[in-house]
Design a protein around this ligand. Structure first.
Ligand SMILES: [Cu+2]
Length: 171
């Protein structure tokens, strides 16, 4: 009888532990349903190491606006942690009137740049590096020179409507 009692107690303890865990699980689920993580979608595209190039020109030290021929580029890495592809379709910045998505293409030994009219694909689960010699955000028609240490902002819009505002240091 004593033995049965002990087993019964043990079983009851196990049951109440299981019930306790089930209740905690249910509460977490309820909490997530009531308060879903903010901007869950946006956080699955991660932008890192955003930098811009200084403008280089004869009048670099002038406060005059840079000539039309002077350009710059923004580089960064974009990680897509989603399980579906996204495409960067548009970039905008306070540092230039024109920001274009470009790809560097080799023609024999000669590298040249081409706009990406369909945007920049960031495949599911992958990181795309915007870097010299590769894809980049081309800046044209700059109202003023970019110098080492300047901080600029760039806004990235993806095909699902997600917009990420990112700071970039000139270096
Ligand atoms: Cu370019």
């Amino acid at each position: 009888m004593y033995q049965i009692n002990r087993i019964a107690k043990y079983v009851t303890l196990r049951n109440s532990l299981a019930l306790g865990f089930a209740l905690i699980g249910l509460m977490i689920l309820l909490y997530l349903l009531l308060f879903p993580p903010a901007n869950g979608n946006e956080q699955t595209i991660i932008v890192r190491s955003a930098i811009a190039r200084p403008t280089i020109g004869l009048n670099e030290t002038d406060d005059n606006p840079p000539s039309e021929a002077i350009t710059s580029a923004i580089y960064m890495s974009i990680e897509n942690t989603r399980n579906s592809d996204v495409t960067l379709v548009h970039a905008e910045t306070n540092a230039a009137a024109v920001a274009e998505l470009h790809q560097t293409v080799m023609e024999g030994e000669v590298a040249h740049m081409e706009p990406l009219p369909d945007g920049m694909l960031i495949p599911a689960g992958e990181t795309v590096s915007l870097a010299p010699g590769g894809p980049h955000i081309m800046l044209m028609a700059l109202p003023q020179h970019l110098r080492t240490g300047d901080e600029i902002a760039v806004s990235l819009t993806f095909d699902d409507g997600t917009t990420i505002i990112q700071g970039a240091t000139v270096e």
